[in-house]
Design a protein around this ligand. Structure first.
Ligand code: ZN
Length: 261
């Protein structure tokens, strides 16, 4: 298929799928059904017209506000549409095998709502992390039969145990949501890639914390030690980078072995 067709299709498909992921990010923390009622304004409850549900375009035409009550549309929806369309373009550009492309899109489809929910509510609902573990194990079985299934199960356990132990002894620092989320990532990347996932997550987390602290401390007396930053988005970043650039994990593990032996 020519680029003239695949690029607009990836943008449109990403926009539509991203719109659904945005709905997940809004409704799951509210314990609301993701199917019923249909799309409606989160402020006044007015059902959306088909012309108000076009990815990107409707938000731009309405200038980010509800047609009826004029309240601002929650940023989760347009942000999800744009980020998913960009991710679909990235997958198109990297052109991985159909199965590894499906694995990356599956992980992204859980990572995006979990990231948005963790930023807003500081939690990672099991309603998203558990099905992601199941999807990772299923994809492992589909790709490499029983060997892939065992690899995905081992990755899932290797992700769960270390953070579950930390969460048990230091519950204020990290939660079980992070343990299940790393377990889900491990089921997709395999146990061998988890050291790199954690390195990317912790280093990007430290940099982001310092930037947010620098910005916020100008306006208020803020303690860097007491500042609570969600860890889920950084685990998501580590998981996606590791999955999309598998050579990085091989290089990292080889360097690690060199240092340790
Ligand atoms: Zn409204």
């Amino acid at each position: 298929m020519s680029d003239l067709l695949t690029i607009p299709l990836a943008i449109l498909g990403g926009g539509i799928w991203g719109s659904f992921l945005g709905v997940l990010a809004v409704r799951i923390p509210q314990h609301a059904s993701i199917v019923f009622p249909g799309s409606r304004c989160d402020h006044c409850g007015t059902p959306l017209l088909p012309k108000d549900m076009l990815p990107f375009l409707s938000w731009l035409r309405l200038r980010g506000r509800c047609r009826t009550c004029q309240q601002k549309i929650l940023p989760e929806i347009p942000l999800s549409e744009v980020l998913t369309a960009l991710f679909f373009l990235l997958i198109l550009w990297l052109s991985p095998s159909p199965l590894s492309g499906m694995r990356a899109i599956t992980l992204f489809s859980f990572a995006l709502p979990l990231t948005l929910i963790d930023i807003r509510y500081h939690r990672l609902p099991h309603l998203l992390t558990m099905p992601c573990i199941g999807a990772g194990i299923l994809l492992g079985g589909l790709s490499r039969g029983s060997h892939g299934l065992i690899e995905a199960l081992a990755g899932s356990l290797a992700g769960l145990l270390p953070i579950a132990l930390i969460a048990h002894f230091y519950p204020r620092g990290i939660g079980m949501g992070d343990a299940f989320w790393l377990s889900a990532i491990g089921s997709m990347t395999g146990a061998g890639a988890l050291a790199l996932v954690l390195l990317i997550a912790s280093s990007s987390g430290i940099v982001a914390t310092l930037i947010v602290y620098k910005i916020k401390s100008r306006k208020s007396d803020l303690s860097l030690v007491r500042m609570a930053m969600p860890f889920g988005p950084f685990l998501a970043l580590g998981g996606l980078v590791t999955l999309l650039v598998p050579d990085l994990s091989h290089l990292f593990n080889a360097a690690l072995m060199e240092i340790l032996t």
